[in-house]
Design a protein around this ligand. Structure first.
Ligand SMILES: NC(=O)c1ccc[n+]([C@@H]2O[C@H](COP(=O)([O-])OP(=O)(O)OC[C@H]3O[C@@H](n4cnc5c(N)ncnc54)[C@H](O)[C@@H]3O)[C@@H](O)[C@H]2O)c1
Length: 419
């Protein structure tokens, strides 16, 4: 039985815990959080009131014989916590994305885990969402030929959605703690990871970003376009883009965050559309117009994935189960590795530097060295915009009320485990 300890009992621990709670191979041994009330609330929700709790994560790591530590804390704490766990002899560390708030900290994490012989996983659950797994399988079979262009549309909706604590926003809108903004950098990690994985790429070559901070704190709306490396000059160039739309009028129930994703991939012989992820399972998913995967090729349109669960929680369950299997058998590679996690941090920082300097940025400009020289440092949003958020939130609340009055129901987030 593998002993598991969790550091950070914030909102995401509800989903990270699912894969462990019902695993035959793991035992949730202890949790740690500086916020006693928050930890107590989680243990109550999970039906584990008697589980050991530590205010100080170092004490938990020193006292418990942990086989796996799950780190679920704000980004600036990822490197020091990983370092402490690695040096204290924890053999397997699962670290929530983004790997760190700086590239230098990514290097530090990779180095210490190599030195201490620690198996490191950067937790990138979107790659385990059942619909995306099926899409990848189809792409690997060449269903649209060779992938040429990737587009992901993220719509930030009015919800209703999972309730979030104010503290979860506070560190996210502080660049020194988050490493970028809450959308393009933080949430964007998942989307950029899909942009690499579904396109069979490790990195991008160059990128142009436009980010509008109309709320004063949130890095959206945003539109970003990049070019993948061109290995053969005879091939057509391959591109990708990511868009965040702020749709405060859009009544759109979600069991998790108030966002949904729509992907389109053009290939040499076809086109693939992938509908929804985070809010999957809501009323849109039930319409015939929005099946999980649509493929056009050879003069035909086909639908795939209707047999799959369309609930974001499965991306977490599958991701955790994948790691447990690797730890148990010693076979396989975590998704993501440290190097892949670092690439995602670089990718996530590029749009801000492009926006700040109003130019196309190149991958090779980004490193710990350039950070030290002050060259690729993300700046906070311009201070003069800071009043927009309250206006936006007022409008959002009004729209939400309107939707509820119209009889649209919110499917409450439930902490049950279904597979
Ligand atoms: N995979 C995903 O889809 C996904 C979604 C949301 C968040 N995340 C990631 O999960 C991590 C946590 O995010 P969250 O939304 O749960 O944030 P949160 O603010 O809700 O929770 C963070 C928790 O860490 C605790 N904490 C802070 N300092 C600590 C310390 N020294 N020791 C122990 N606990 C400490 C806080 O009290 C808080 O309860 C971040 O890396 C975030 O990017 C991933």
């Amino acid at each position: 039985m593998l002993n598991v300890g969790i550091i950070g009992c914030g909102i995401i621990s509800n989903l990270n815990v699912l894969g462990y709670i019902h695993s035959q191979d793991t035992k949730l041994t202890a949790v740690s959080d500086v916020d006693v009330k928050c930890a107590a609330k989680r243990l109550e929700q999970w039906g584990l009131r008697s589980l050991k709790y530590y205010k100080d994560y170092k004490e938990m790591v020193d006292r418990e014989e942990l086989d796996i530590v799950e780190i679920l804390t704000p980004h600036h704490l990822h490197a020091p916590m990983t370092e402490y766990c690695a040096k204290a002899g924890v053999p397997n560390i699962s670290l929530q994305k983004p790997m760190a708030h700086t590239i230098a900290d990514c290097d530090r994490i990779i180095q210490v885990c190599n030195q201490e012989n620690v198996r490191l996983k950067i937790y990138e659950n979107f790659r385990f969402y059942p619909v995306y797994l099926r899409a990848k399988e189809l792409l690997n079979q060449g269903i649209i030929g060779e992938q040429l262009t990737f587009r992901i549309i993220n719509i930030l909706t009015a919800g209703p959605s999972m309730p979030l604590a104010v503290k979860a926003y506070q560190w996210r809108i502080t660049v020194e703690k988050c490493g970028g903004g809450p959308e393009v950098f933080d949430d964007g990690q998942h989307k950029l990871s899909l942009a690499l994985w579904l396109m069979d790429q490790d990195r991008v070559e160059s990128l142009h970003g436009w980010i509008n901070y109309f709320t004063g704190v949130i890095d959206a709306p945003a539109n970003i376009i990049w070019e993948y490396p061109q290995n053969n000059p005879q091939d057509p160039p391959k591109f990708g883009s990511m868009e965040f739309t702020y749709a405060s009028n859009l009544y759109y129930p979600s069991s998790y965050y108030a966002i949904d994703e729509f992907i389109e991939i053009s290939g040499t012989r076809g086109i693939m559309w992938i509908n929804q992820c985070t809010s999957g399972g809501n009323f849109l998913s039930k319409t015939p117009q929005y099946p999980p995967i649509v493929v056009y090729s050879n003069g035909e349109v086909k639908i795939y994935g209707e047999d799959l669960p369309r609930d974001w929680r499965y991306s977490f369950i599958n991701s955790t189960e994948h790691f447990i299997e690797i730890v148990k058998t010693g076979k396989g590679t975590p998704v993501c590795t440290g190097e892949q996690g670092k690439n995602l941090v670089i990718f996530g920082k590029m749009p801000y530097i492009s926006q700040q300097e109003e130019r196309i940025v190149k991958w090779d400009e980004f490193s710990a060295d350039s950070e030290n020289k002050g060259v690729c440092l993300v700046e906070p949003p311009p201070a003069e915009l800071s009043r927009g958020l309250s206006k936006y939130n007022r409008r959002k609340r009004k729209d939400l009320k309107k939707g509820i009055e119209q009889g649209l129901e919110h499917k409450d987030f439930k902490y049950e485990y279904e597979i």
